[in-house]
Design a protein around this ligand. Structure first.
Ligand SMILES: Cc1ncc(COP(=O)(O)O)c(C=O)c1O
Length: 476
């Protein structure tokens, strides 16, 4: 044949190339979808209230949120677009305040922070956790009371610590011996005495993705309970007159639905309070139990019952402390995702619909891993629907992908969309209020989309979408 490739011709060898397995072995392959297809939902048009914002539904076939038709939102603001249901977010803030009445609820700003969210927090009486000088600046820029702010981070800079001390933040959670020394020195220099907590890694195995599990010893956060590092941190702080040790902190991870881990961590933290009293004669008045409560992303997901969690955590801490003759400490929790996650939806326009025969259909949308990196980063799952109309077409096994130059650029890895989907249709991805805009980036020089709040049939931009000028700003 003269192909130079042995006895088979080029077309023969191409015929024998597996469509599923990489020649290097099965490690690179995944089961072909026809061998293990995900289940198609009964109703592709269903807006599952466990997943979608509290005010969402379908009117004349189109998805509506906060009384706004998504087709109107797309026309007015363009796509991709982050849509935030104000009533949903505010009502979840209130739910937390009610469930944890008598305790402090600090919203974890890393989930999604902007000036308007800070105003909502202030209105609803919540506190705020910040993890950087930038997050602190957002809060202070709208006059949020500094004493209701807690500063977190495993490597806070001198500038961040100084600014926090000057602003008078309510608490600083210390994460290392280096930081204890640095903060003690800075506080003394500035004539301040901040309230500090020790971040304790309680050794709890959180059943979540490795990148968002934070209480096992072999990771960067906190000071280990089992190795004695947490106890040593307590001893060091107590020796520094410029720091006021008020409590202990634990955060075991994120998107956790099995609440047993929170309970184990709370018990361990309360037990450490007792030990501190025994060893140092000091009664610490506060425990911060962190955040991490999961939300529903896909059908069948069950979010923990917040009231139930609150009751059981309170009871565990109360019992450990009362049994040891200690006063019951004031509790703080730090939910992020559960407050803003479910109220957020991302709207995209479909650009291409490519059927890869025998496998699945690739639906390319006008955003991608720059506006939602969670799928690429840790295999997050999402629910997506055709949003601009209803359809009674059959289910089409699909993968919703972005427009970036990465094959890992996926928004929804496995899903079903109606088989009559065409370019120009709008699709909506649910539960994108948390860790999407806050993790957004400009890969391939895509501008970050706007965030629009909707409520009572009105919409308004709360974070302006980036323009080409924004992308070029700062370049010399
Ligand atoms: C210290 C701390 N508190 C609270 C949170 C909020 O977690 P979530 O958004 O899962 O509730 C995080 C998130 O990683 C965190 O690191």
């Amino acid at each position: 044949m003269g192909t130079g490739h042995g006895q088979t011709g080029r077309s023969d060898s191409l015929d024998r190339v597996s469509r599923f397995a990489h020649p290097a072995g099965d490690r690179h392959a995944e089961p072909p979808p026809h061998e293990r297809p995900p289940l198609a939902p009964d109703d592709l048009n269903w807006i599952n209230p466990a997943i979608w914002p509290r005010t969402s539904g379908r009117v004349d076939g189109a998805l509506t949120i906060g009384g706004m038709d998504v087709r109107d939102l797309a026309r007015e603001y363009g796509t991709p677009l982050y849509v935030l249901d104000e009533e949903d977010v505010r009502s979840r803030m209130r739910d937390y305040a009610t469930a944890f009445a008598g305790s402090e609820v600090h919203y974890a700003g890393k989930a999604f922070l902007c000036k308007e969210i800070v105003r909502w927090l202030d209105d609803e009486g919540l506190g705020l956790d910040v993890a950087s000088g930038g997050e602190l600046a957002v809060a202070l820029s709208v006059g949020f009371p500094a004493e209701r702010i807690t500063l977190h981070g495993n490597n806070k800079s001198t500038a961040e610590l100084t600014r926090s001390l000057e602003a008078g933040v309510g608490h600083i959670v210390v994460d290392s011996y280096d930081e204890i020394a640095r903060l003690g020195y800075l506080a003394a220099e500035l004539g301040k005495r901040p309230k500090v907590m020790v971040r304790v890694t309680t050794g709890v195995e959180a059943h979540t993705h490795e990148f968002i599990a934070t209480a096992h010893d072999d990771q960067k956060f906190g000071l280990s309970l089992s190795s004695g590092a947490a106890a040593e941190a307590v001893r060091r702080i107590l020796e520094l007159p410029s720091l006021e040790l008020v409590g202990l902190h634990s955060h075991i991870g994120s998107q956790i639905v099995d609440t047993a881990g929170f309970e184990v961590a709370a018990r361990r933290l309360a037990t450490l309070l007792v030990r501190i009293k025994d060893e140092h004669g000091v009664v610490l008045p506060e425990l911060d139990l962190g955040g991490g409560y999961g939300i529903a992303y896909v059908d069948g997901d069950e979010a923990p019952d917040i009231k139930g969690v609150a009751d059981s955590l309170r009871e565990i801490v109360r019992k450990v402390c009362l049994d040891a003759g200690l006063p019951v400490p004031r509790l703080t929790v730090e939910p992020g995702r559960t407050i803003v996650g479910p109220g957020g939806v991302t709207l995209y326009e479909v650009g291409t619909v490519k059927d890869v025969e025998g496998l699945r259909t690739y639906v390319s949308i006008d955003g991608g891993m720059s506006d939602n990196v969670r799928t690429a980063l840790y295999g997050a799952e999402y629910t997506v629907v055709l949003a601009s109309r209803e359809s009674d077409a059959g289910p089409m096994l699909s993968r919703v992908v972005g427009k970036h130059c990465e094959s890992g650029d996926m928004i929804v890895r496995d899903c079903y969309l109606p088989a009559d989907l065409v370019p120009g249709d709008l699709v909506a991805v649910a539960a994108t209020g948390a860790y999407c805009r806050s993790l957004a980036n400009n890969y391939n020089y895509l501008p970050k989309p706007a965030v629009v709040a909707v409520a009572g049939g009105r919409s308004r931009v709360i974070v302006r979408g980036e323009t080409e000028d924004d992308l070029l700003r700062g370049q010399l």
